[in-house]
Design a protein around this ligand. Structure first.
Ligand code: ADP
Ligand code: ASP
Ligand code: MG
Length: 396
């Protein structure tokens, strides 16, 4: 019996009627004779609601208690889904993440999956149960409940598929992965196929449709990945190894991340000592830094710039003040990225993109490249305009 892990996000199980709809799709898979494991997120915006509750009591809730609190959201949805499947006459059983064998590191709210102890899950599947597993959660070596970070149910699903040697189908509220977020660009096209690398780059650069760590895991363990609409009746996007792709030289996606903060620091003479100290302190404060650049002006004064998250602004400010740095913040900026395999061996993508910025009269503060992407930092008020202009230019 081959194994399929089906994953449904919060919007797909937001109400009991929606739970009934997904249960019908799950039952259809089971009727086809597959071994079925289902990973479910918390209903609708439950996780946000739980975070709000904690914030009503304390500005800095303990991460351990937060994890116990947040894990309850997924437990509600899996137990309801299992009841619904039983009511339809199917053998079904719900499991928390730890009952399903999800063992993680002890970093609360951003735990990493160490291993899956799969015996119990495996047995249940072999005995014909549809097993509904709470996503986004596991247990550390102290026996404490952990969560994997926002959007982590995708990662739970891929980890279980890898452990069971099965495939993973991620069902969501759009028909698959698009050339641009369809909520930003309604005319965007759904992509039939994509490579793991392109998908991971997109996810890392803001395409919220799939969580980056889940793609990394799928790539590492060669888990076949499919992303589709939660009705199951329209073809979605298949993620494949590059060797299976016919069209290799394409630009596939434009992504955007809002809520970026641009920081410029002055006064370093180029030897990097103070900057290094500063970066170390920022890392200790868990501030995520991204595009980093360094230059020396005509007077020999070093300027180091980096982007961070607006949500880390207070922590960044505190550290720079403590260190007596001379700095400037540029707030309300976004990162817009062009992604595709074509970047590897086609010249002129950057030149074409620069021309779009000139024609649109949009300035960018920073630019950075990877093997298959180019990212620009722009004012958030220009971001949607430039996303659409770039999408027009590259036929997306
Ligand atoms: P779920 O609750 O199922 O995990 P998410 O809200 O996390 O769903 O992800 C789905 C959303 O991702 C879509 O509603 C869409 O707005 C957004 N999205 C961002 N970029 C893309 C893209 N390139 N293709 C498809 N959807 C995208
Ligand atoms: N419920 C969690 C969140 O909202 C995990 C997930 O949906 O994947 O982030
Ligand atoms: Mg998601």
């Amino acid at each position: 019996m081959n194994r399929i892990v089906m994953k449904f996000g919060g919007s797909s199980v937001a109400t009991t009627d929606k739970i009934k709809d997904v249960a019908r799709l799950i039952a259809k898979k089971r009727d086809m004779g597959h071994g079925v494991v289902v990973v479910v997120s918390a209903m609708g915006k439950t996780t946000n609601g739980l975070i709000e509750l904690a914030n009503q009591l304390t500005a800095e809730p303990s991460p351990r208690e937060m994890d116990l609190l947040l894990s309850t959201g997924e437990m509600v949805s899996v137990s309801l889904l299992a009841m619904c499947l039983q009511e339809m006459g199917y053998k079904a059983m719900s499991m928390t993440g730890f009952q399903a064998g999800m063992r993680t590191s002890a970093q609360h709210m951003k735990a990493r999956i160490d291993r899956v102890e799969k015996e119990r899950l495996e047995n249940a599947v072999r005995n014909g149960y549809i097993v509904c597993v709470a996503g986004f959660q596991g247990m550390d070596e102290n026996g404490d409940i952990t969560t994997l970070g926002r959007g982590g149910s995708d990662t739970s699903a891929v980890a279980l598929a890898a452990a069971l040697d099965g495939s993973c189908e991620i069902y969501t509220d759009v028909k698959g992965i698009y050339t641009v977020d369809p909520r930003v660009r309604p005319s965007a096209r759904k992509l039939d196929r994509l490579s793991y690398q392109e998908t991971m780059e997109m996810a890392n650069l803001g395409a919220k449709v799939i969580e980056p760590r889940s793609v990394e895991l799928a790539w590492k363990y060669n888990v076949p990945l499919y992303i589709a609409l939660n009705t199951g009746d329209v073809p979605g996007t298949r993620i494949l190894g590059e060797e299976y792709l016919v069209e290799k030289n394409t630009i596939t996606n434009i992504s955007k991340v809002d809520g970026v903060l641009l920081v410029s620091m002055k006064g370093n003479n180029g030897n990097g000592k103070k900057v290094t100290e500063c970066f170390l302190k920022l890392a200790q404060a868990n501030a995520n830094l991204d595009i980093i650049s360094h230059s020396i002006d005509a007077q020999g004064v070093g300027i180091t710039s980096f982007t961070g998250l607006s949500s880390d602004q207070h922590a960044i400010e505190r550290i720079l003040e403590e260190m007596g740095m001379e700095y400037r913040f540029t707030e309300n900026v976004s990162k817009v990225s062009i992604i595709g395999n074509a970047m590897r061996n086609q010249v002129g993508v950057a030149a074409k993109a620069f021309e779009v910025f000139v024609n649109q009269e949009v300035t960018f503060y920073e630019v950075s490249t990877s093997e298959i992407s180019i990212s620009y930092v722009v004012d958030t008020q220009d971001a949607i305009k430039i996303v659409n202009a770039l999408a027009d230019e590259f036929g997306l």
